[in-house]
Ligand binder design. Structure first.
Ligand code: HEM
Length: 187
């Protein structure tokens, strides 16, 4: 009889945690820039704001590459089955995971469109730039900016829920769902 894997592959774990670090770092820098830095105060503030946005973009664009690898890995490798949950909870967990994937694609792609419409370069990890997704379109910038913010904060809410459920598995259900995504946990 075939045994069911209880752990993710090493590659799936590496992609999961690399994306978690990249997305949360980009989220923190983007939110800091959006909430606390403004243009038009003086030259020093303008420079701080543009440097912060460049850092945000340079880190966030890494997620564009990681999500492509992640989706390829996900469709070619079956993850461990969710156990100890009612069929309805399993459906809800799958829906939550699909929403996470959708937002992990949309947020950086819309960010990419945002900088393209504004006519700014799109750096990746401070190493190279990627071409614009659309031509410079200043009229579109306010709309794309709003969509990027709304999607980014929606992603944050979904991530908080995702972490909450992982902790519920560990502390309340006392199963090994959380450990199955940790290094060292064997299949
Ligand atoms: C992991 C992906 C990303 C996340 C989680 C993310 C998150 C955020 C957040 C939370 C904000 C602040 C929104 C606000 O307060 O209104 C923001 C702003 C921004 N993001 Fe992103 N973003 C991502 C990807 C990108 C990418 C790939 C680009 C462009 C290449 C980009 C460009 C921008 C720009 C230009 C701003 C405006 C910053 C400002 O006006 O201060 N973002 N992002």
């Amino acid at each position: 009889m075939a045994t069911q894997n209880r752990s993710y592959t090493g590659t799936a774990k590496a992609l999961h945690w690399a994306m978690a670090i990249v997305i949360l770092t980009a989220m923190a820098i983007g939110a800091y820039s959006g909430l606390f830095l403004s243009y038009g105060i003086d030259a020093a503030h303008d420079l701080q704001k543009s440097d912060t946005i460049t850092l945000h973009k340079s880190i966030a664009t890494i997620s564009l590459f990681l999500i492509v690898l992640r989706i390829i890995w996900r469709v070619t490798h079956r993850p461990p089955a969710l156990t100890g949950m009612s069929p309805m909870m399993i459906k809800a967990a799958h829906a939550g995971h699909h929403l996470l994937y959708l937002l992990m694609v949309l947020v950086p792609v819309v960010g990419w469109a945002y900088s393209s419409a504004a006519g700014y370069p799109i750096p990746v990890a401070g190493l190279f730039t990627i071409p614009p997704l659309l031509p410079k379109s200043p009229d579109l910038v306010p709309y794309i900016s709003t969509v990027h913010s709304v999607l980014a904060y929606t992603l944050l809410v979904v991530i908080v829920g995702h972490v909450g459920f992982a902790l519920k598995h560990y502390f309340i259900d006392k199963d090994d769902t959380l450990q199955s995504m940790l290094p060292g946990h064997k299949q």
